[in-house]
Design a protein around this ligand. Structure first.
Ligand code: AKB
Length: 325
């Protein structure tokens, strides 16, 4: 990777991937783009920024040519719960950004990374140790339908046109920099803000609902490790299961209580999010990623919890808002 384009740089992943890539490849070699110009200052940081609607193929192609881009990170997507509110919009945005990335990637000789998700699995998929290659037909969300489409189309572009497409199935991502929005796994981020601010959290996902989750530093490491992997070792491409931890709301609450003993958890279930969570795996088998490109997460639930509480706590201290204890 020499000249990298990041679409959706202002989102939960993009806001951390851009500085991570700039540290490795140099500020001027990572071009951040986002539809929102409001966030230009914070997104641009210390490198190039272009306002871009990824659905505008002409503008997208012009930026790829201007910066001689060789790798595209397509992080544009409406998440699972938002998708159920506006399925048509979710399809148009998620698939529009994907097809533009693949087509423009093909025309300009770029590698393309588009994240998939645990949402690529459905209610008939084996729930525990979900295999790399398994049933994906029983998908019940538009987000999942887009993810399965993305996996198939990305593999098609590789086999048919030789485009270097690679991808991972991300679990719920936990981070302290930018809040996720409209996802089913968002509770696992919100719980840290509520615990720090109020000492209590009302969870919209039922106790006993297990989902794969991952701390952002491991997700960033996965992306670069996969994109830099020796292609001759890759038997799979779109997309690799990657796993780091799996927990239900009670388990993350217990991990938080080790640091904030008086933390209280209550429930007010969101039926849409709960139905989505129920259709997703409890935990994925990531053996192929480990074997084919050396995937090895560093953070488990206790390590992630310790760091999240510390970092979110620092945010509140800096902002002058009182801490709960
Ligand atoms: C969501 O909950 O929609 C996302 C995901 C797991 O893909 N965080």
């Amino acid at each position: 990777m020499k000249n990298i384009l990041v679409l959706g740089a202002g989102g939960q992943i993009g806001s951390e991937l851009v500085p991570y890539l700039r540290d490795i490849y140099g500020n001027d070699h990572v071009i951040a783009t986002d539809i929102s110009t409001e966030k230009r200052e914070s997104i641009a940081g210390n490198g190039p920024f272009e306002a871009l609607n990824a659905l505008d193929g002409e503008a997208f192609n012009a930026i790829v040519k201007k910066y001689k881009i060789d790798t595209i990170f397509n992080l544009v997507a409406l998440l699972s719960a938002t998708g159920e509110k506006s399925p048509r919009l979710a399809w148009d945005v998620n698939i529009g950004a994907l097809t533009n990335s693949l087509y423009i990637g093909k025309e300009n000789g770029c590698a393309v990374f588009t994240p998939s998700s645990i949402g690529a699995f459905g209610k008939d998929t084996p729930k525990d140790k979900t295999p790399q290659d398994t049933l994906q037909r029983s998908n019940t969300t538009i987000y999942g339908v887009c993810k399965v489409t993305g996996e198939l189309l990305s593999d098609y572009y590789f086999h048919r046109f030789g485009v270097d497409t690679r991808s991972v199935r991300f679990p719920g991502l936990i981070s302290h920099v930018t809040l996720p929005g409209g996802g089913t796994t968002d509770y696992a981020v919100e719980i840290f803000y509520a615990a720090t601010r109020d000492g209590a959290f009302t969870c919209n996902i039922q106790a006993g609902t297990y989902m794969d989750m991952m701390y952002m530093p491991d997700a960033l490491d996965a992306v670069v490790r996969l994109m830099e992997a020796d292609p001759t070792r890759l038997k799979h491409r779109n997309s690799f299961n990657i796993a780091a931890m799996s927990f239900d709301p009670e388990e993350i609450a217990a991990a938080i209580r080790r640091h904030l003993p008086s933390f209280r958890l209550s429930y007010d279930i969101d039926p849409v999010k709960q139905a989505i969570a129920d259709s997703w795996p409890n935990s994925m088998d990531d053996t192929c990623a480990r074997e084919e490109w050396g995937w090895a997460p560093k953070y488990d639930l206790p390590a992630m919890t310790r760091e999240m509480l510390e970092k979110v706590g620092e945010k509140f201290t800096r902002s002058g808002k009182p801490l709960p204890l």
